[in-house]
Every structure is written in C-alpha cells, then in structure tokens.
Design a binder for this molecule. Structure first.
Ligand code: PBG
Ligand code: ZN
Length: 326
C-alpha cells in the first residue's frame, strides 16, 4: 500500500449509497434487449410441463398467443420460437411445410400482435426422426444438401411473417444460403441472427427433452464447436458476418463469457448471448433446494452478461426478469 496516496484515493467513496452506485454503474439491464424462447406443439388449449425445466411449458398455439400478449404487456417484445412437429421423418419435412407448426404459430401470433418481434430457430433436429441438425447421407450429416433445406425453411418462415430467422444447425455456408434465398424472393428486410458460435455443449440437455430432439445416434461434435478452442468461435463469427449475418450469437453464455468479451471487442454487429436450458435448470434446481436466491443470482448473472458485452440476451427467465425490472 502506498500510504501517500491512500488517505485521498478511496474506492469506497463511489459505493457509499445506492444512488451513487447507480450513478457510476457501467451497464444496465433493459427489458427491450431480452428474448423469451417459446416451445409450441400441435393441439388446442393445452400446455405440458417440461420436467427438467420447472416453470417452462410447451404450449399449443392459442396458449402461445396468450403468453406473448402477457409478455408484451410486461415489456418483453421478442420471442424465439421452437416447434414440436406432429410427425418426424428422415428429411425433417415439417420444418419447411407451410402448414407446419412454426409457420402456423407465426401467422397466428402476428395476427393478434403484429408488433411482437418473432424470431424462428432454423434447424432440422426438432423435425428429423434421427434427431440430427441436417440431412443424413451415408450415415453422416451432409453439409451442402442440408443448406438447401435450411434455405427453404428460412424462406417459409419469412413468408409466414417472421421478423428474424436464426439458423442454428452449424452447417458451413448456412448464412449465405439463407441470405441468397431470402433476397431472391424479395425478403431483403428479413433479419438473420446467426447462432455463429455454438458449442457442442452438455448444457442443451433439458432443451432436448423440451423439443424432443436428442440425436438417435452419435453426437453433434462434427458440426457444433469443441469447447476447448476460442479462436474457432471467432472465426465462425467472422465468416457469418461476411456471409451476411445481421446479428451474431454466442451459445451457451454462462461458460463462454470469454468468447462474448472477445467477440464484442472484435466485431461491430449486435451480439446476442443465449443463456441455454441447462443454465436455467441449474439455477432453478439450486433455488428449489433452498441453496441460492433465484432472483438475486439471476440479476447478477444477467448484468455479468451485459458487462461481458452481450447486447441481446436470450433467456427462459425473460418474463420473470420483466417482473423484477418493473
Ligand atoms: C437446435 C437448437 C438447440 C438449442 C437451440 N437450438 C439444441 C441443440 O443444438 O441440441 C439449445 C437451446 C437450449 O439448450 O436452451 N439446434
Ligand atoms: Zn439442431
């Protein structure tokens, strides 16, 4: 300690009251930056519990409309839609069927709430019988064949009224394939939010229960990234921006804050962080055991993501946060 400096330089001065702390705070959490994921499934007037995600439900479209209505009223403007189809097959055909679950959900929600921001996940794993994120040829996920189906899917979602399409299958060239298809069909204003930096993570476990999308053989390690390497994530983001991504994403968020911080420094497009299902379930489980204060942990975590550099945060807690931020 330098005793000449000490009596005059006092860090604690700026922490002496709540209002002073608020005055010097570097980041704040805004409802307008939060995205709430929703799982929709066929049927009417029903919801289903997801065992590994307490308080999160699969919803039929009519219930999803209600849910979005309440969310909008509490200040949550953006929703990321995942569909559970009525049937799955090798080619994931309900993903790009205009009468499929997601196009129907988008049209119905937009009819009731035209200014809800609707984001659709563009992937095949919820729709394929094998549970992989693409088309299988000779036992492997075939990159270039999958691109055609992803482009087709994104176009169907754009036509149904999605504001943002979010490719998450981690095929090389998926952003370019989708941008080309959208532009050629006049959807030049449809935004692409790419799951650019998506790691092969065990934190997706509860989601795979929710969406019934567990791979039936093998794993996703040939397309999702290896968690030991950071530079490959930056490279994926760089390529996606070159291919035309408007918004890029880091996923998961909790164990990947180094990637968020580096991406924020390096790239100039809006940066989204996806706090995934396993993160939600860990916080929930600790809370249900009486071990942590859920709301306080949640606020601390969300502010940490902002501090790391996230502009947009996708979280299953979005609606709860809206209550906390009121
Ligand atoms: C589809 C997709 C997944 C998630 C988002 N989009 C699952 C996966 O890659 O297995 C995971 C989200 C979460 O865990 O909350 N590819
Ligand atoms: Zn997938």
């Amino acid at each position: 300690m330098d005793y000449d400096i000490f009596p005059r330089v006092r860090e604690r001065r700026l922490r002496k009251s709540q209002k002073i702390r608020d005055l010097v705070a570097e980041v704040s959490l805004n409802k307008s930056n939060l995205v709430q994921p929703i799982f929709v499934y066929p049927g009417e007037n029903s919801t289903e519990r997801i065992k590994s995600m307490p308080d999160v439900y699969r919803m039929t479209i009519d219930r999803a409309i209600k849910f979005v209505g309440e969310g909008l009223a509490s200040g949550i403007n953006a929703y990321l839609l995942f569909g559970i189809p009525s049937h799955k097959d090798d080619m994931g055909s309900e993903a790009y069927d205009e009468e499929g679950i997601i196009p129907n959900a988008v049209r119905s929600i937009k009819k009731e709430y035209p200014d809800a921001v609707l984001i659709t996940d563009v992937c095949m794993c919820e729709y394929t019988s094998h549970g992989h994120c693409g088309i299988i040829i000779n036992g492997k996920v075939d990159n270039d064949t999958t691109l055609k189906y992803l482009a087709k899917t994104a176009l169907v979602y754009a036509k149904s009224g999605a504001d943002i399409v979010a490719p998450s299958s981690m095929m090389d060239g998926q952003v370019k394939a989708i941008r080309d298809a959208l532009d050629e069909n006049g959807f030049t204003d449809t935004i692409i939010m790419s799951y650019s930096s998506k790691f092969a993570s065990s934190l997706y476990g509860p989601f795979r229960e929710a969406a019934d999308s567990r791979p039936q053989f093998g794993d996703r390690k040939t397309y999702q990234m290896d968690y030991r390497s950071a530079r490959t994530a930056l490279r994926e983001i760089e390529l996606d921006i070159k291919e035309g991504a408007d918004i890029v994403m880091v996923k998961p968020a909790m164990f990947y804050m180094d990637i968020i911080a580096k991406a924020k420094e390096r790239f100039l497009v809006p940066l989204a962080a996806y706090s995934v299902s396993g993160e939600y379930s860990m916080i929930k489980a600790a809370f249900e055991n009486g071990w942590i204060d859920e709301d306080q942990v949640l606020l601390e975590y969300m502010h940490s993501l902002k501090r790391a550099g996230a502009d947009i945060i996708i979280t299953y807690y979005a609606k709860r946060l809206a209550e906390l931020l009121r």
